[in-house]
Design a protein around this ligand. Structure first.
Ligand code: F6P
Length: 722
């Protein structure tokens, strides 16, 4: 036996058997074999396959990757009399022991004493699992395999199945209709929102300078289309360079010389402008992140020793249409904001629609349509100007979202950015035709460009035509600092190529992007069931569950079983505090992972006190926290910013996961996690509503992030929601 017994060398095995005749003949497929079940080669002890589709049955399990000869055979049992069975013909089948094995071989059964032959298709697939992917085959194998597979790693457990089921009265707690428990979502819409609509409003096109995108749009459109556009930087730069007239394509090409990313001059702070006593880490000190820990440390180092990297950063997207640029940009914006960096997402398409209307046909995007090219370059320059002005006012990271598919365009942007910010190109490439087709259709469904197109297929055709025009002139990035995301959105691997990337923030961005994908999967967030300390109104501590809390834990188990029944794998994450572990306890069949990072905010010297006691005995602490709950750090404890900082690995891991995750944690921690998904400003984090006994389902997928809430129980105790 070569298994190391560690959790890192687990192999997920899926065995499928397909035949439409099995159901007709009322036969239930099983498998049996060496080491699969005590009693090995006894067909009476064979394991049932689960019906995965009308004519497909599946068995899945997790085994050590280097397992010793696990052979098996299929056996068909009559549904009305399982003592009657038919074993497949031929030799035993070996259960795969390497990753990515794929085998297809038919299984032959002789029916009616050999008079009839039934052939079924067989497919065996294997996949190596990382500890966090820890894909327990929660449907069948968990009832037979012992949790010893993961022993030795205290943080990971799998509940033994049968015992758990019996004890918890498994299916009794909740009716099947989960929709009955849905409650309105107070913060985030549950509908699909086109990501580009959520980007910055074009201030250079909005006369009033107001940030609201409302009915004034028409007036603005009118005035900006008839008005002289010579005030903008792009046209002025061009005109002055070529003697007064608007530049032709060739002239544009000649004017911009190829160069690397500029090195902006940032004034190194002098002794007068910077000292430890006047250094303040708050939202007023412009350019400084409102964050703690590593983010703050990097920012302080920059201020003290002069920037090792440029403090203003422009991430300039590059890529053909429908390559997931806007989703990637939106995701990155959300992440950086959550970490405390002033970040804004500028979408050039939004500028184009505002200035030139929403119903431009593919023709507008032709590479040889001079007017079209100029119009598009102009709106790009307007968006860039807005972004640079915003940076001068204190913005830190600008995400510039457009195709930027030619070198000329990128040169124009680099020239504009010179001395003002550092540019990193982020190119998204996708070669997966299925993903492209899906993206194209999604785009036509959601983009305001096709809002008035009543014929969906005609919209798809027009968009494909637009795409071919872009393809003709597309020049992949080979200049300056860049990150290329190749097939990352497909969810099937992909890779990142980087060039000339250095510094703290670019490093974090690369790390974030390498973990991102768009495979749809739900994330379920819930607080633990009501604890004894909740009942007593005490904060912190490590108490067990109240009666109501225990009831919730059972209901939650039932909910999870039903909600995730069609998922192949999933995992349950808890903190290391017993109220979350106890809440997770009745959930069976899924790997459970304890994270220290998910522990509740550390209330330091106030741990175990009620809010009234803090107010009475430590009035100055009470007052400081009331004034700035985000930054207030309990003496010998933590602030919300500290909590956010320590949750970063959790967010990265949630982004990386492809299977559903149930996170059972605490109020402050869930506020911080939720703020990430809902893109809430940091200032709002400490007051986000996260009620007890409620499940917040976050759906992550190609269309962005959506939310649904289920309330499994009514509020029981007045202090429970504290
Ligand atoms: O009261 C429950 C609780 O989880 C405490 O343990 C924790 O200190 C508190 O919530 C966090 O909420 P707030 O930041 O509003 O005090």
């Amino acid at each position: 036996m070569a298994s190391s017994g560690g959790i890192s060398d687990q192999l997920f095995v899926s065995v499928k058997l397909e035949s439409p005749r099995l159901a007709e003949l009322d036969l239930a497929p099983h498998l049996f074999g060496s080491h699969l079940v005590p009693g090995s080669w006894d067909p009476c002890k064979a394991l049932p396959l689960e019906r995965a589709a009308t004519a497909v049955w599946e068995f899945s399990c997790v085994v050590p990757s280097q397992h010793e000869s696990l052979d098996f055979k299929f056996v068909l049992k009559r549904k009305d009399d399982s003592s009657q069975y038919i074993i497949e013909e031929g030799p035993n089948r070996p259960l795969g022991c390497q990753s990515n094995e794929f085998e297809m071989r038919t299984a032959v059964f002789k029916l009616n004493e050999g008079k009839e032959v039934l052939e079924c298709k067989v497919q065996v697939e294997t996949e190596m699992l990382s500890p966090f992917d820890l894909a327990a085959s929660w449907r069948a194998h968990q009832e037979y395999f012992q949790p010893s597979r993961v022993r030795g790693t205290h943080d990971v457990t799998i509940n033994p199945g049968l015992e758990g089921r019996a004890k918890n009265g498994f299916a009794s707690g909740l009716e099947l209709d989960l929709e009955k428990y849905v409650v309105p979502t107070p913060n985030m819409g549950s509908g699909v929102v086109y990501a580009a609509n959520l980007t910055e409003n074009p201030r250079s096109l909005l006369q009033t300078g107001s940030s609201s995108n409302n009915d004034t749009t028409k007036d603005i459109l009118h005035s900006s289309t008839k008005g002289d556009s010579s005030s903008n930087h792009y046209v002025n730069t061009m005109k002055s360079a070529i003697g007064g007239h608007a530049p032709s394509l060739e002239e544009q090409r000649a004017m911009f010389v190829d160069r690397g990313v500029g090195s902006p001059n940032f004034a190194r702070p002098t002794k007068e402008t910077f000292s430890m006593s006047n250094f303040k880490l708050d939202s007023e000190s412009k350019g400084m992140p409102a964050a703690e820990g590593a983010v703050a440390a990097a920012a302080v180092a920059d201020q003290m020793y002069g920037p090792k990297e440029d403090r203003k950063l422009a991430i300039v997207l590059v890529g053909l249409p429908a390559r997931g640029k806007t989703f990637t940009a939106a995701k990155l914006t959300r992440y950086l904001r959550w970490l405390g960096h002033e970040t804004k997402h500028f979408n050039v398409g939004k500028y184009r629609r505002l200035k030139h209307g929403t119903n431009q046909t593919a023709d507008f995007f032709r590479g040889d349509n001079r007017e079209g090219v100029e119009a598009r370059n102009e709106v790009a320059a307007l968006a860039m100007e807005d972004m640079l002005s915003w940076m001068q006012e204190g913005g830190q990271v600008g995400i510039f979202d457009a195709t930027n598919s030619t070198r000329i365009r990128r040169n124009m942007l680099m020239k504009m950015a010179e001395g003002k910010c550092k540019i990193i190109f982020l190119e998204t490439l996708c070669n997966d035709q299925d993903v492209l087709e899906r993206n194209i259709r999604l785009k036509v469904q959601q983009s305001p460009d096709y809002a008035e197109q009543t014929d969906f297929e005609a919209g798809v055709q027009d968009f494909k035509e637009r795409l071919t025009y872009y393809e003709k002139v597309y020049e992949p990035v080979e200049e300056g600092s860049y990150i290329k995301m190749i097939d990352m959105v497909s969810g099937k691997g992909g890779q990142l190529k980087i060039n000339d990337i250095s510094g703290y923030l670019p490093g974090r961005i690369v790390f974030f992007l390498v973990n991102c994908h768009l495979t749809p999967r739900p994330i379920l967030l819930t607080r633990h069931g009501e604890s004894m300390d909740n009942v007593r109104g005490r904060i912190g501590g490590d108490s067990s569950l109240s009666e109501a809390g225990e009831l919730y834990s059972r209901k939650l188990a039932s909910f999870v079983e039903k909600r995730l029944k069609s998922e192949r794998t999933a995992s349950i994450w808890t903190s290391t505090l017993q109220r979350t572990i106890l809440t997770a306890h009745p959930i069976i069949g899924f790997p459970k992972i304890q994270w220290r990072a998910l522990d509740e905010i550390n209330a330091g010297v106030c741990d175990g006190m009620t809010y009234d006691e803090i107010k009475k005995c430590k009035p100055e602490e009470y007052e400081s926290r009331r004034k700035d709950k985000l930054r207030y750090r309990y003496p010998r404890g933590e602030s919300y910013l500290d909590v956010i900082q320590r949750l970063e690995p959790v967010i990265i891991e949630l982004e990386r996961q492809r299977a559903p995750v149930v996170v059972i944690a605490h109020q402050a921690v869930l506020r911080a996690l939720y703020a990430y998904f809902a893109d809430k400003p940091l200032e709002e984090v400490p007051n986000i509503e996260i009620p007890l006994h409620t499940i917040i389902e976050i759906q992550m997928g190609v269309a962005g992030v959506q939310e649904k809430r289920y309330k499994l129980m009514d509020a029981i105790h007045p202090t429970a929601g504290l």
